[in-house]
Design a protein around this ligand. Sequence first.
Ligand SMILES: [Zn+2]
Length: 249
Amino acid sequence: MAQTMQTENRPAPRRKRHGSALKYLGALLAVALLVFVGARLKGWQEQRLESRTVVLVNPWNYMDDTGYKPHLTNVGGGMKLDRSCAAKLKSMLADCRAAGYEPLLLSAYRDREEQEQLFAQQVQRLIDGGADAEQAEDLAAETVARPGSSEHELGLAVDIVDGTHPATDDTQERTGTQQWLRENAWRYGFILRYPEDASDLTGAPYEPWHYRYVGEDTAWQIYSLGITLEEYSSLFYNEEAEIVFDEAE
Ligand SMILES: [Zn+2]
């Protein structure tokens, strides 16, 4: 009798436990799958965003050949920047001010027309100063980027000076604002884009006021390795064609 009771009673709860364990395992697997897929999607998205913000524009890589298009937003003072870095710039400037300095944003996004005007003005200045008209363009390109080769057209570059000493020459590096920015800009995803003694690599003269947004991971690598964006690009992006810029927005 006791045996019958056991055989009659046992299988039922066993089946139940087995069934709920399977459901539990199924739910767990579904959650794990969702987490995995979510993490991969987020990783891909971050990778694509970071790829977009490391676009290389210099005298050898013109913007029109990159396929990059800025997504602009206002950053105050009638200036615009790409949406990827507008908030980062604001935090960087706020923290720099909180540290006791007076950062002054001089320039952000420039459209092609503005860059053409800047370049033409520089050419004219040189011609007025006695330069040969045929050489004036090459001479101008030593200090002002030719239209299409300026990072300002990306909406990822800014010129920041110290409000107490707003000069755009080498003396700018000695200001408190620049000293703070040089140490901290990477935390906000920005790098000092044209360092001293790197003109052969960057194609631009030393500009202690010009900062470029590349994303925090890239900024940290460039800052900690003490390299330029050109060197970073040749290290990590051998095939520029692999960089994707078509993120939907
Ligand atoms: Zn600049």
